[in-house]
Structures are given as C-alpha cells and as structure tokens.
Design a protein around this ligand. Structure first.
Ligand code: GDP
Ligand code: MN
Length: 398
C-alpha cells in the first residue's frame, strides 16, 4: 500500500526525522493561508499523488511540473488553483496520470546538497537494506545505470537491527565529515525504526537535503507498506486513498482476488500463483502481452470465479481472455459452472480461450461444450497461449 507525501512526512517526523515546515491543503484558499502562517519568504507547492517524478511531470491541461517554488502566499494560491482538480502525469503514473486533490505547502529549503536515502527489503539477502547515494534528487535507477559505484548498499541484520558502525559508514559515504555524523546517524536510526515498526516495504527519501545552514532534512518521502502486515496497523489503513489506486485493483481486492493489473491486452484467469506466472511467461513467449496477473486461488468459489470473470470483461484493454486452470482443490466442473454463470449474466465481448486439466476435467469440458458459449478450447499450455495471442490480435483461432 502507498500513501501520500504529506502523510509520509508526518510518520517520519513522529519517528524523529527532521522535515521542513508545511501542511496539506485541499483548496487554493487553504494553501494561501498555510503560506501566510509560515515564517518564510519563499514557498514550495507540491501536488500530492501516489507517484514520484512530480518535479519533471506535467498536467493533462499542459500546466508544467508538480513541484513549484514561489515567493508569495498569493502565488501559492495561484499554483494550488492550477493543481487541485487537475491530473498529473509523471513517468510513474502511466499516460492517464493521477488526480490531484491536495497540495503540500511548505517553506522552501535552501539546498546545499541533495542526497538519496532509502530502506527497502532486499530479496537476495532476505534483509532490509539501506541504499544511499550522494547523487540524490534524480532517479536512483539512472544513477545505478550510469555510476553504480555512487550507490552504497548496506544490508541490515533484522535480528540485530541497524548497528551504530553501519549508520556511521552510510553517513560517511554520504559525505558527512567525521565531526558531523550525529545528525545523519540519528536520522538513519529514526528511519530504520519507522521501517520496522510500520512494516514498510520501502522508505525512500529523495532528496535528503543538506541545507546551507547544515541541517539534514527529508524533502520528499515515499513510503510503501507490506499489505500482508496491514492488519496490524489500523492507523496506516486509514491513510488509504482510493482515488490514487487502479480501479481494477480495488474491484479485485473487494472480492479477495489475487490481482495485479499489467499493461498488455490478454486477460488471464489462472489458479495458483506458480501457474499464473508460468502463464504470463508463455504469453510473452508466444509474442503477446498479459493484461493482468490473476490467481483465483486453490479453493475459489463460484462467486469468486464470477467476480474474476466480470473484472476481466470490464477491463477495456482486454482483447482476449485466457482461462488456464489446473483442477485440484478447485474442480474443473465447478470452474465450468462458474464460467457459464458469469457468461450468462455478462455475455462475453472478447474471445475466451479455455484450458482445463486435472480433477473432473471431462465433466468440466462437457459442461462448457454443452453451454453453447463461444469458447475456444485448448489442450496444451503453449497451444492455449498461442491461441490467446492470435485471438487478441484479431485472428481467428484454429
Ligand atoms: P519528485 O519530483 O516527485 O521526486 O518531488 P520532490 O519533492 O523530490 O521535488 C523534486 C525536486 O524539486 C527536488 O529534487 C528538488 O531539487 C526540488 N525541490 C523540492 N523541494 C524544494 C525546496 O524546498 N527548495 C528547493 N530549492 N528545491 C526543492
Ligand atoms: Mn523526490
């Protein structure tokens, strides 16, 4: 789960990380009055969306950048007026962008150095890892590509926690003098504490700014939480903003489906995460692009299958559906019944390729055949993938 920058700032501040003064505004008037209450004479106004790259982004009406530096409260109001109700497109939002319903109004910081700091879960070591670089502000992926030596990765033992020597090592790598390690070390410990306490999968501070006055401030913050641990954090769940989520993901979550939207055009309905991933690979291998990952689960009910089917049908980018089910706990005849019910209430608008194997496969195939539904049967995995790719491209299956 993602949250907004203004929410992430509050969590960081509560853990002891220094942030610039500021507050969130939902109207231009509110933005102006926040600016008037700040003891400074230059301001930053930032569009609040669940995506990075806002500085280099643009709005769908042509207005430039989701991060503006201005001099007066009146200008703050003006910028807020352009942003609120508008849609911001960045390289992380996809071409459709994300709606802006709020802006963060803050005092502008005089930056001496822009650093990069993140704590993420490292899948290789199975530990949290600190990722740090002096080349902050820009995309860390670009730094990793051009100058990988400019990035330090410090793996933290989850049982021991962040050790003082590690905090010093990272701080020195970030260019702090040996006499000035206190502030960055404190910040690192505070950030790590937040990462662990709130079950984050990512805490990214980019830029971590060193000000002209020598302070160390989190100027931007992106927090990501492990969905499987959200039940332990009611206060985090409350920060959810459905306006920022993919509507397909929201519908899937409502029916407890394991769903991830992708950007291809072949809708997939599969049981078991392993088979689902293999199916995505096979579609790619056959020259196609999957529109989603969808694991209906080992013991899916008829209602879940109906919901899954409806979800795929409702996705306008889906040009063909590939149903690939291995009947184990979920028996093939039950799946067939679910599909028939779903098709009756919601007639298919795209070709449907069905591959069934496993328990009660004969009964399942018979039910589908007798249903009179225009389904394209497939026996083998690759055959199914190829038929789906052909159908999505508008070619008739064999
Ligand atoms: P992002 O583009 O979504 O990552 O948004 P950021 O909050 O990171 O802002 C992008 C860039 O704007 C930063 O890397 C800074 O260079 C600049 N910026 C943001 N806030 C301030 C500020 O208070 N003062 C100054 N001088 N620059 C800022
Ligand atoms: Mn940033």
């Amino acid at each position: 789960m993602n949250i907004h920058e203004y929410q992430a700032r509050d969590l960081l501040a509560a853990s002891g990380v220094a942030i610039p003064r500021g507050a969130v505004a939902k109207t231009p008037e509110e933005a102006e009055s926040i600016a008037r209450s700040l003891p400074c004479n230059s301001f930053v106004v930032k569009a609040q969306v669940h995506a990075g790259g806002r500085g280099k982004g643009h709005f769908t009406d042509g207005y430039k950048s989701g991060v503006h530096l201005v001099k007066t409260p009146h200008q703050v109001r003006d910028v807020a007026k352009h942003m609120i109700g508008n849609t911001l497109v960045t390289h992380q939002t996809g071409p459709e962008g994300k709606p802006v319903h709020a802006v963060l109004v803050g005092e502008s910081t005089e930056i001496a150095r822009e650093l990069y700091l993140a704590i993420v879960l490292d899948r290789d070591s199975g530990c949290p890892v600190i990722v740090a670089s002096q080349q902050g502000g820009m995309e860390i992926e670009a730094v990793a590509e051009k100058s990988p030596e400019a990035i330090l990765r410090e793996v933290i033992h989850p049982g021991l926690g962040l050790q003082p020597y590690q905090a010093r090592k990272v701080s020195i790598f970030l260019g702090f003098p040996s006499t000035g390690l206190r502030a960055p070390c404190r910040l690192l410990h505070a950030t790590y504490r937040l990462f662990i306490e709130k079950d984050c999968s990512q805490v990214e501070i980019n830029p971590l700014a060193v000000t002209k006055g020598g302070d160390v401030l989190a100027l931007d913050a992106k927090l990501n939480f492990d969905d499987n641990a959200l039940f332990r954090h009611k206060e985090i769940q409350d920060l959810q903003d459905p306006s920022q989520e993919d509507p397909r993901d929201l519908a899937a979550a409502e029916h407890h489906l394991n769903y991830i939207g992708l950007d291809g055009n072949i809708g997939c309905m599969v049981n078991g995460a392993g088979l689902a991933m293999a199916t995505l690979d096979l579609i790619q291998a056959a020259g196609g692009k999957p529109a989603n990952f969808l694991d209906v689960g080992g013991g899916a009910s008829e209602a879940m299958i109906t919901a899954a089917f409806r979800l795929l049908q409702a996705d306008s980018s889906v040009k063909a559906v590939f149903v690939n089910i291995f009947g184990g706990i979920l028996k093939c005849d039950l799946l067939a019944q679910g599909m028939i019910a779903a098709c009756k209430s919601n007639p298919p608008r795209v070709p449907i390729i069905v591959r069934l194997q496993g328990t009660n496969v004969e009964q399942g195939r018979k039910l589908l055949q007798e249903s009179g539904l225009p389904l394209i049967p497939a026996e083998g995995l690759m055959e199914g993938a190829e038929k789906a790719v052909a159908a999505a491209a508008g070619k008739k299956g064999k």
